[in-house]
Design a protein around this ligand. Structure first.
Ligand code: FAD
Ligand code: N01
Length: 534
């Protein structure tokens, strides 16, 4: 393909996380001249940046790993049910070695901009190194949760102590021994890190704006016997995952809630609870659709919480009130609520007592001053769109993605963006991504991007562009699907609610991982209606 192509590369893949690595490995296998560009110094993506204490996956590692290579699957040994960040990073590093993909990457290099050249039908991609790379195809594997959100709190930069971001944690680690530490944020990152920071710090103050649902991980080491069984069952397990709504083999209880007696419902909730973490979000079918079922799961959660936190006022402050359970990602913890029963841990409920200023010495809230030596921001991400709108991507007629998406992201199938030929987005808005097992999702997204590229090449086309009517219909469909569920009631980052001024549209596809895969196949099988080839 390279020989009759004016581009210096067939494909540039931006990002070296699960999606970028998969795509780069397979682009080379397909005979394409591929270059990967990654801002970090090595592979890993999420697992390169998020090195905070307690960071782990919340999808079981045996599922949250690549399925494309049977030898890799059989030879890699996960040590725990939910691997730690260092172990997942070692895994991705092993994958990079095994498939010798680092040689295709430029690390420590940020893509700053990309301009579509209508005449030459190529992208000119400018990098932080000051040079420009030209490529026919630009695949953005830039991550759904890779653009950290540092809130604009008054006086934030005046703080004289140490400042850390969970999403960009120092590789050498941090020792909080003897320090007064403040953590802002109680999403999954805060919930995972707070117990470990509390173990070290002299005093820990948690600044919580919204309480969150969190369910213990029930993490455990994987014994040899269990591992042997995993290896034997892998083919079945993967098949079930690919055919499932969320990319993992776990489903809801087979009998509908309505057909169960109260004691049976209680039993189902108890069993689902001990599966651990996010899986509690689907104890019953329709749990995030039907308010009565959702309430049952919520009430059970509240009882579990009150069994741990006996102090009534504290328990009330830790009880979520702003969303139905499961409509923001349920946190997966190891001893989170127990941490608040420690004498060195203090909770500040920002709903009652908002931050008025960060000062050189700490955090001032309406009711008092909290002297601190260090502040940890566990304040999340400009999710799904943030990494893309941070780059000056200029498509047809000089229009940027930022401008095209100012009222909300528009994609066709999450892959193509009208007005931006040959730009393919992976795990971005319009894909199931963050609502599914993203290791498999990365394979699904990367494969489809390559399928489109190879289809174009085989038929002698030099560009592919999503039609704007197809993108409008797909985007409306995302909203319709979410609108039929309780997700529509939550001020979540899925809907852009965590970033001031961000348009409120439900960005990921909630209709199911398997449904989405079937839709991709159907579109490919029908010759890609919704895409224009030229
Ligand atoms: P990423 O891993 O985010 O990689 C994107 C890469 O692109 C980054 O390395 C970034 O540096 C690079 N990049 C971005 N912009 C540029 C640019 N302009 N120039 C150059 N490089 C750029 N999902 C699950 O399914 N299960 C889990 O258990 C799970 N746990 C998670 C835990 C944490 C702490 C977080 C933050 C997320 C978790 N996720 C989980 C979601 C996770 O992001 C995905 O599973 C997956 O790692 C995403 O892979 P990716 O390749 O799409 O993106
Ligand atoms: O981010 P979040 P995260 N003042 O957005 C608060 C994945 N992940 O990094 O809810 C005060 O969930 C904010 O408050 P509120 C997973 O998909 C997985 O924790 O907006 N507080 C919230 O409490 C997850 O969902 C794991 O009111 C402010 C917190 O900061 C996603 O990544 C681990 C604030 C942000 O929570 C994001 O998780 C980590 C402000 N101005 C991440 N702004 C696993 O367990 C924000 N907050 C696998």
């Amino acid at each position: 393909m390279s020989s009759n192509n004016t581009a210096s590369r067939d494909v540039v893949v931006v990002g070296a996380g699960f999606a970028g690595l998969y795509t780069t490995i397979h682009a080379r296998r397909a005979g394409l001249n591929v270059l990967g560009i990654e801002a970090g110094s090595d592979v890993g993506g999420t697992w390169y940046w998020n090195r905070y204490p307690g960071a782990r996956c919340d999808v079981e590692s045996i599922d949250y790993s690549y399925s494309f290579d049977e030898d890799l699957q059989q030879q890699w040994r996960w040590s725990e049910r939910y691997a730690t960040q260092p172990e997942i990073l070692r895994y991705l590093s092993h994958v990079a070695d095994r498939f010798d993909v680092r040689r295709d990457y430029r690390f420590d290099t940020k893509v700053a901009g990309a301009r579509w050249d209508e005449d030459a039908q190529v992208w000119h991609i400018s990098t932080s190194a000051g040079d420009t790379v030209t490529a026919r195809w630009l695949v953005m594997a830039t991550g759904s949760l890779s653009q950290p959100n540092l809130p604009d709190l008054p006086g934030r930069d005046s703080f004289a102590g140490a400042v850390y971001l969970t999403a960009n944690w120092p590789a050498e680690g941090v020792d909080f021994t003897g320090l007064r530490v403040g953590v802002v944020g109680t999403g999954s990152s805060g919930v995972q890190s707070i117990p470990l920071i509390a173990d070290q710090a002299a005093e820990l103050t948690v600044f919580q704006r919204s309480a969150n649902y969190s369910v213990p991980a029930y993490n455990r080491p994987l014994a040899d016997e269990e591992w042997q069984q995993v290896l034997e069952e892998y083919p079945r397990r993967r098949k079930e995952s690919w055919n499932s709504a969320a990319g993992s083999p776990w489903g809801s209880y087979s009998v509908p809630y309505e057909n169960l007696a109260p004691e049976e419902r209680e039993q189902v909730l108890a069993e689902s609870w001990t599966r651990g973490g996010v899986l509690y979000g689907k104890a019953f079918e329709r749990q995030t659709i039907d308010t009565e079922i959702n309430d049952a799961a919520r009430v059970y959660f509240e009882r579990r919480l009150r069994n741990i936190v006996r102090d009534e006022d504290l328990a009330r402050d830790l009880t979520p009130t702003d969303h139905p359970i499961g409509t923001k990602r349920i946190c997966t913890d190891s001893g989170y609520f127990e941490t608040y029963t420690r004498p060195n841990v203090h909770l500040v409920n920002l709903r009652r007592d908002p931050i008025t200023a960060i000062t050189p010495g700490g955090v001032q809230t309406e009711s008092g001053f909290h002297a601190l030596d260090a502040i940890v921001y566990a304040t999340g991400f400009d999710a799904l769109t943030g990494a893309l709108t941070a780059i000056d991507i200029i498509g047809r007629h000089g229009r940027t993605v930022r401008d095209a998406w100012k009222d909300g992201a528009q994609t066709y199938l999450g892959i193509g963006v009208p007005g931006f030929p040959n730009l393919l987005t992976l795990n971005g808005p319009g894909s199931p991504s963050v609502l599914s097992n993203m290791a498999l999702g990365s394979e699904q997204q990367g494969s489809y991007a390559l399928r489109l590229i190879l289809h174009a090449a085989e038929h002698g086309y030099s560009s592919v562009e999503a039609r704007s009517d197809a993108a409008a219909a797909w985007t409306a469909h995302l909203g319709e699907v979410a609108g039929k569920t309780l997700f529509a009631d939550a001020p979540s980052w899925y809907a852009g609610a965590n970033i001031p001024g961000k348009p409120r549209t439900f960005m990921p596809y909630l209709g199911g991982f398997h449904t989405y895969t079937a839709r991709l196949d159907e579109v490919a099988g029908n010759g890609y209606p919704g895409f224009v080839f030229s």
